[in-house]
Design a protein around this ligand. Sequence first.
Ligand code: GKR
Ligand code: MG
Length: 447
Amino acid sequence: MSDSPVINSMRIVPVAGYDSMLLNIGGAHNCFFTRIIVILTDSAGHTGVGETPCHASTLQLLEQFRPLIEGSSLLRLNATLSQLFNSEARQQQTAHTDEIHIPQMNPEKFYNAAAAIEAALLDLQGKLFNLPVADLLTSGKQRDRIPVLGYLFYIADRRLTNMHYRSGEQAPDGWFRLRHEAAMDSAGVQRLAEAAVEQYGFRDFKLKGGVMAGELEVETVEALLRRFPHARVTVDPNACWSLDEAIRFGKQLAGKVPYLEDPCGAEQGYSGRETLAEFRRATGVPVATNMIANDWRQLHHALQLNAIDIPLADPHFWTMRNANVVAQLCNEWGLTTGCHSNNHFDISLAMVAHLGAAAPGERLTAFDTHWIWQDGQQLTHQPPQIRDGYLELPPGPGLGIELNMERVEQAHALYNTLPDKNRNDALGMQFLIDNWRYDAKRPSLVR
Ligand SMILES: O=C([O-])[C@@H](O)[C@@H](O)[C@H](O)[C@@H](O)C(=O)[O-]
Ligand SMILES: [Mg+2]
């Protein structure tokens, strides 16, 4: 191993960017979102980067892992990551939940931390070997671009708050202006979709549900389908519909949507995996999830119960290499590969591009990305591009991106000014509904 570059330094940089007042079951997105960037430098003179959701406990874990990373040999990446996976922090990790917008949920963020480190190490290895990260994943690069979907939200009126949402008024007409304006009904969401198609060429859409009564969200899906008859449109109510409601809406949408995402969840003593299995049997509608199959043990139970068709294995929940294994299992076992997302910068966009580029087989559903809400705030010189509904694999070795350090420092400075650094979507809701509180079983505006 004497010829292997050694990791000289690991920098952990919490960063913040701007977001719109996007609604979901957990409330309303804050005007700021936060992420962590991990920057590794090695003795060969290369820089490797990874990105992950930001939480105080993830920052602590990354600090804790620093001694295992600094001084490690780049070519012994497997051994280094095994140390992380064998650490006590991993043993303490409860099953990964997606309930990051609910402040009382504060599980150890082992996977988020490991994912950022692994991505940065892979980026360095790619630069060393002059290969894209997609080629370092077990299945190797399969394609140069991946289908991605237009992630649509109902948007609350930022003017009702005293929070620092951006206005977009300086932007020319179209997506970059509209994404800041209220969109509280089907017509509003349709206008967003039209602008997103104009800008990015999407053929697939996902509506973030769990906001309005289910009937209204189904109506929005149907309105989108009428407007874009050849598009694939789905809705994700984040498991807030009851099983009965999910079956009713599922039957209404059967044959019209490619899948429904987490249409129902745990209720009346039955687990989400059990209710989703019943939903599938009753409706025949394929099920995608990012809520009940987020680690090997959960995935195993979900598949035993025939509860899901599309595990949305997010590289930030699984790490890129594990998510690639999930994609291989999907290919071998007749499932469909997809990917979940949260608000993110362009380092995550590159991670997702490489993951999708390495997914084997043809059963790939359009990957999620929230990038369209952040486009323009990039932390790299040339972010990966979404054109014609496809996310293009950036050229060049590693992740194919280069940090713009001036932007990174600005985003870090912004993070340092924030009073609330962990995600908390309940804050903005107080401007819409007095004493609003999260309820996993009720859409956020149904109170
Ligand atoms: O960004 C949001 O509001 C989503 O609700 C996000 O937090 C979810 O994790 C995600 O998009 C999903 O459930 O698919
Ligand atoms: Mg989801």
